[in-house]
Design a protein around this ligand. Structure first.
Ligand code: ADP
Length: 182
């Protein structure tokens, strides 16, 4: 299953699947601030990518103390079929009143800016924040796609932006939002 739409010079594609199997210049991890790995997509990426990714995360933690919510850092892709993993930190969703929307948008934006600064062509995102961190799915899909659409109006090296949705509910929410966009 796949859906796609063109935003300026960038094709945005929605696929249902496992992000650790994607071939792309970079895949994005829904990381935590400590960059310590964990469950969900984070655990899956570290398992599939091997120990070198965590070794780089440890170095980043030593130098910078980790990664604040809304920010992103980059490591190599280890054994994955991508050159880089971009570790983006979303908000822990509380009640929608503590800047969660802004932080989620910033997590996508920071990842896109980082990918662009490495002159990457393709990037694959999971649905950041909507698993263990509890962000309501429909709203999160809107924020994700709006942020990408806005970014595509800038002059970017990214021609291929993918969302890899693990389950049917997430896929459907992104499809519905993308269909409503022009
Ligand atoms: P967060 O802590 O940011 O909420 P999670 O990893 O708990 O991150 O969940 C984010 C989304 O990633 C969820 O929709 C979850 O189902 C999904 N997910 C989990 N494993 C994978 C995977 N291997 N590929 C793509 N998405 C995944």
């Amino acid at each position: 299953m796949a859906e796609a739409k063109q935003f300026n010079k960038t094709t945005v594609t929605l696929v249902r699947g496992d992000i650790t199997r994607q071939e792309a210049d970079a895949i994005v991890n829904a990381a935590n601030s400590a960059l310590r790995g964990g469950g969900g997509v984070d655990g899956a990426i570290h398992r599939a990518g091997g120990p070198s990714i965590m070794e780089e995360c440890v170095q980043i933690r030593k130098m910078d103390g980790g990664c604040l919510p809304g920010n992103a850092v980059i490591t190599g892709g280890g054994k994955l079929k991508c050159q880089y993993v971009i570790h983006a930190v979303g908000p822990v969703y509380r009640d929608g009143r503590v800047d969660e929307a802004k932080i989620l948008a910033n997590a996508y934006q920071s990842s896109l800016v980082l990918a662009n600064s490495y002159e990457l062509h393709s990037i694959a995102f999971p649905s950041i924040g909507t698993g263990a961190y509890g962000y309501p799915l429909e709203e999160a899909a809107g924020i994700a796609l709006d942020t990408v659409q806005k970014f595509c109006q800038t002059d970017t090296t990214l021609g291929d932006v993918r969302f890899v949705l693990f389950d049917q509910f997430s896929y459907n929410a992104f499809v519905e939002k993308l269909a409503s966009m022009s």
